[in-house]
Design a protein around this ligand. Structure first.
Ligand SMILES: Cc1cc2nc3c(=O)[nH]c(=O)nc-3n(C[C@H](O)[C@H](O)[C@H](O)COP(=O)(O)O)c2cc1C
Length: 424
């Protein structure tokens, strides 16, 4: 069981990595983690998420854009995630009072303003220095949930210090169980209340864009990458100022395991830590030892949904990891109704993968999801324009969602029903 007394220990152990981040994230520092943010500019030329993705493509080196944008192998699942919405049509009802639309949802004791949030994304700092802080600011500024990846480029303590909003943390059950337990302990002691345990990473996905672009961490100097960096000077200047991102939560453990190794050893260490031998009884132990709510992320079958509930989790994310893991995996919408039907009413069913429009969100809610999560969208936002970009993404989605609900004649998000969907 996690004890609160360990707060001091984790804070001290990681302060060495925190100090530099804090200097440029301090509210008194003009940079404030927003180095070269085009804030104030409301990005009028960006009207939808496809525009924001293009903006990110323009600003980021190809290797970074592809790391975010890409999927595994032939990217069949990645494409399927977008196509899944096409053969579901919406049926509208007319002459319903939709002047005011209630989009709020209750999750783990907190009322959020919108039925969507931000999925955990590792090394988001590649897109913008301190990106995890900006994602937290954007999410909490609009009162939507955000889950921090254990592979974040800002320490979990720094993100926790940012403000008093409810906090969610994502965990891998690593080969080195002690490392996972330490992360869990640090997260609880820093105030995170909801733990996402990622289930669909027995091994790393085979993302073929990365080796083609010479993508490694630390960033590799080759003819290809130098050209890539030099043609993206805005991003390059940020890296020159702030340094290349690292999975800072794990630095100490990696150095302990591979004393004196370079950061290359550090990233290798992280990949090697994915454990293909984890079984449900281990998951049950982690669920038991986390005092708050646990969500199992990466469930794609009725059996695993039921199993998640049996081991004591409070919810699941129906997810194929955004098409980044098992290529050929099914899309989430196909499975949602049967998964929803197989678990209890109060069990939270999240889903993610390919949501780019407010109408996509409405479809998944109608099929049984409680809340939708999204990984790439806000990374395109933060990669394209920092905090203003991430906030703009949330605003576009909120606007589309409300308009879709009004046009469908639905005044409360919880009233969306499968009766208003037609399978084509
Ligand atoms: C760049 C990137 C990094 C990711 N890192 C993590 C991670 O550290 N942990 C995790 O559970 N999922 C991770 N994911 C998966 C997301 O949490 C989420 O499942 C996926 O992005 C959803 O698909 P979408 O991007 O189409 O919304 C990552 C996704 C991306 C794009």
């Amino acid at each position: 069981m996690i004890q609160r007394e360990t707060i001091g220990r984790s804070a001290t152990a990681y302060s060495k990595y925190a100090w530099r981040r804090l200097t440029w994230n301090s509210p008194n520092n003009s940079a404030d983690g927003n180095i070269m943010d085009r804030s104030g500019d409301s990005l009028p030329h960006i009207v939808n998420l496809a525009d924001m993705r293009r903006q990110a493509w323009r600003r980021l080196p190809r290797m970074v854009f592809d790391f975010i944008d890409g999927g595994a192998e032939d990217e069949v699942t990645l494409r399927r995630n977008r196509r899944q919405f096409e053969d579901i049509a919406l049926e509208h009802r007319v002459f319903v009072d939709v002047q005011d639309v209630d989009t709020g949802v209750d999750l783990f004791g907190h009322r959020y303003d919108l039925p969507f949030g931000i999925s955990p994304t590792g090394l988001a700092g590649l897109a913008w220095p301190g990106a995890e802080l900006l994602l937290a600011d954007a999410a909490w500024g609009r009162n939507i949930p955000v889950c921090l990846s254990s592979v974040s480029s800002v320490t979990l303590e720094d993100v926790a210090l940012r403000n008093a909003h409810p906090k969610w943390f994502q965990l891998y059950i690593f080969k080195d169980r002690q490392l996972s337990r330490e992360l869990m302990e640090r997260a609880w002691n820093s105030g995170y209340k909801v733990l996402f345990i990622t289930a669909d990473c027995a091994v790393g996905g085979n993302r073929e864009r990365d080796p083609r672009n010479d993508f490694t961490l630390p960033l590799k100097i080759s003819a290809r990458t130098v050209l890539d960096f030099l043609t993206h000077p805005h991003w390059l200047m940020q890296v020159a100022f702030c340094g290349a991102p690292k999975p800072v939560n794990m630095v100490e453990a990696a150095l302990r395991a591979a004393a004196g190794q370079s950061a290359q050893g550090l990233v290798q260490f992280m990949n090697d830590q994915l454990d293909p031998s984890v079984e449900w009884d281990t998951v049950a132990e982690f669920v038991r030892d986390w005092p708050g709510d646990v969500v199992i992320k990466g469930v794609l079958s009725r059996e695993d949904a039921c199993r998640s509930e049996q081991v004591g989790a409070s919810g699941i994310v129906v997810s194929n990891h955004g098409g980044r893991q098992l290529d050929g995996a099914t899309s989430v919408l196909r499975l949602l109704p049967e998964i929803r039907a197989s678990v209890s009413d109060g069990f939270q069913v999240f889903c993610d993968g390919g949501f780019r429009r407010g109408a996509d969100i409405v479809k998944a809610l109608a099929l049984g999801a409680d809340t939708i999560l999204m990984g790439r969208n806000t990374l395109y936002g933060v990669g394209g324009a920092g905090l203003s970009g991430a906030t703009k993404v949330i605003d576009i989605l909120a606007d589309e969602l409300v308009r879709t609900l009004k046009l469908m004649g639905v005044s409360r998000v919880r009233d969306i029903s499968v009766d208003q969907l037609v399978r084509l």
